[in-house]
Design a protein around this ligand. Sequence first.
Ligand code: ZN
Ligand code: ZN
Length: 359
Amino acid sequence: MRMQLARFQRALRERGLDGALIAAPESMGGVNARYLSGFSGSSAYLLIGLENAWILVDFRYWEQAAIESPDFEVVHLDGQGIGNVIHLCKSQDIYCLGFEEDKVPVQIWRRWNEAIPVVWRPLERMVERLRLVKTTEEIALIREAAAIAGDSLMEILPNIVGQRETDVAFELEWAMRRRGAEALAFPTIVASGPRGSLPHAQPTSRVIQPGELVTLDFGARVSGYHSDETVTVATAQVSRELSHIYKVVAEAQAAGIAAVKPGNSPQEVDAAARAIIGAAGYGEAFGHGTGHGVGLEVHEDPYASPGVGDQVFEVGMTITVEPGIYLPGVGGVRLEDTLVVTESGCERLTRVPKHFRVI
Ligand code: ZN
Ligand code: ZN
């Protein structure tokens, strides 16, 4: 049986719930239904009891749901979605039903509340909390995505000078797809020269020059799982100021990575990286969080930002460490790796070395 489903059913029992209704129509866009069932289509409802589970899908997905979600009984939706749920709740003695209060639109929630005769209880991000600790299979998929992305970057990196940022992004994306990425993890960022001060710069027609820094933030997706990595390279010798901020960011990243270990909190990772950038006098030039979890979503719990969250690292959690310094009119540096927490600290899933590199 799927481990994710078994863990969820155990958590439901511990909370005193008889079941949960997880909705994943296109409009709600969540990945929790996929996490629990393995179903990768764009529209489904999961009704999960303590012993049994049903996946309600329309004609498009009858066959796919049976293949992808063998632990679930496939219920054919025929326009009577709520009717099916009412029938199942009555026949299965489900009285107390959990729902995702942060995802169901008010309009749909009102309909459920009026029509389905159960006591509703908010799940309070129960699925997200289960998703924090990854299975071996999940980690293998993130590692595979990171390998595809890293190998692709190394292939295109020698040829970026003289190209437009948009061309570099396209070459990188094409290389990732050729290596088996099912999709990009997110729109690729390429920020060259002074544009490096824009943390989330979209690639433009600017031509990359010799003697500047170029920041590339990129990732691949494999079976729904993402990688996330940022590399900054020099296109020839750069100014002392730029090579200095590179050194500071590299030190901050190393300090952040050193703080990723069981028992530490993501906030300690953020504090370790931020302290180094602050001590070098660039505190004001580092305005974003230091990291985030990576999995079925590119950005997911836990977050390594000042004062956010109450998690403590456990073996199997993922986190990025991505400090940066951004100087308007001058340029910027960001270095990012995706890591998984291990017994002894952490392991890097992304592969491109972060030492100062002149291409
Ligand atoms: Zn990134
Ligand atoms: Zn990131």
